[in-house]
Design a protein around this ligand. Structure first.
Ligand code: NAD
Ligand code: MG
Length: 339
């Protein structure tokens, strides 16, 4: 089901997918199912080597995969990409080939300075890898944004669109962006709303109910489980659709209490978060944290895992086995992968 973009531009191309985690596995499978020629580049003793082989891929060490490739997709964790680029990509990538990222972090924050004789492009699906694969399998796609940082072949835009088609994004929606916009909006979204904002909101709501003496099981359903039903309505038809489905009482409560919880102070702090992203403070801190062996990251993660909502949640979900059937698999490997 590949579209014309894919057929024309990448039909004869060899694509090296470096990394076989959340995005890497999904891209490699979708590109292959779109009829494209894919080799997966991984470290021989790395944890993904056997997984990629088991799914029938031609797997090679990163440098070897890059040598013959017309397009190299860099889908390892962001923090290992600069060393991977220096060691395996820069010495091996063919002049005129394309270097593709799914997140602009390293190019935008100048951790990678790509060779001047290659195309540098970006295709970022707006969803986790498991969804990129699942949507493709049912004949749909995840909306994706694309960008060109460097065009030496005159084909950089066509390559980005063809790749986006190959992973299924073209079946949904493609939007043009640039590396700066993708990097800054992606970081802001995950920090302020999607991961950071949403999990902190849920934890605070849970703590408020439990500290007031209500049963943790009921608090769990109220502030975590039911959030999915609300978010599904957002996804289908925005906030207006949610309002159509909840009671008048819930709507009135939404209008008077929502702005008491998320107020102008919250928005001012969101602007601080954005400023730290834009001026490079967040990137600097994250790179230093990674270099130091993730001391704070590990502490924060442990605290999240030990939060009482996790214990009660695990107990309740064990009694709702149907939830597991459709759940997307988590990113392939645990903490050690970025250590
Ligand atoms: P991941 O952590 O799930 O997987 C990383 C893969 O890279 C694993 O297969 C691992 O074995 C491999 N790897 C690690 N070090 C390596 C090395 N030195 N050489 C070769 N392979 C190595 O990563 P991910 O979450 O899929 O992220 C990949 C890229 O996609 C990042 O740039 C990320 O920002 C971007 N992205 C991720 C998502 C997402 O939902 N996870 C969404 C959009 C964009
Ligand atoms: Mg991100």
């Amino acid at each position: 089901m590949s579209s014309s973009n894919t057929n024309e531009t990448l039909a004869k191309a060899r694509i090296a997918v470096l990394g076989f985690g959340s995005q890497g596995r999904a891209h490699a499978l979708n590109l292959r199912d779109s009829g494209l020629d894919v080799v997966v580049g991984l470290r021989k003793n790395g944890p993904s080597w056997e997984k990629a082989r088991a799914e029938g891929f031609n797997v090679a060490e990163p440098g070897d995969a890059v040598k013959d490739a017309d397009l190299v997709a860099v889908l390892t964790p962001d923090m290992v990409q600069p060393a991977l680029y220096k060691e395996s990509i820069e010495p091996n990538i063919k002049p005129g080939a394309a270097l593709l990222f799914a997140h602009g972090f390293n190019v935008h924050f100048k951790q990678i300075d790509p060779r001047k004789d290659i195309d540098v492009i970006l295709v970022a699906p707006k969803g986790p890898g498991a969804l990129v694969r699942r949507e493709y399998e049912i004949g749909r796609g995840v909306p994706s944004i694309w960008a060109v940082h460097q065009d030496v072949s005159g084909q950089a835009e066509a390559k980005a669109k063809a790749y986006a088609d190959g992973i299924g994004g073209g079946r949904a929606l493609l939007i043009k962006t640039d590396f700066k916009e993708e990097t800054e909006t992606d970081l802001f979204g995950e920090q302020a709303v999607l991961c950071g904002g949403a999990s902190s909101l849920v934890q605070a709501g849970f703590e408020t109910l439990v500290e007031a003496g209500y049963q943790p099981e009921i608090a769990y359903y109220e502030v975590l489980h039911e959030l999915k039903l609300i978010v599904d309505l957002f996804y289908e038809g925005g906030i207006s659709r949610m309002l159509e489905f909840v009671s008048e009482t819930a709507q009135y409560g939404d209008y008077v209490s929502g702005p008491r919880v998320i107020d102008a102070g919250t928005k001012a702090r969101m602007k601080d978060v954005l400023k730290d992203i834009q001026d490079g403070t967040f990137a600097r801190n994250w790179i230093a944290e990674h270099k130091a062996g993730l001391p704070n990251y590990k502490k924060f993660k442990q605290a999240d895992l030990e939060h009482p909502i996790e214990q009660v949640g695990a107990k309740l979900r064990a009694r709702m086995p149907w939830l597991q059937a459709n759940a997307p698999k988590p990113a392939s490997e645990p903490l050690k992968k970025v250590g």
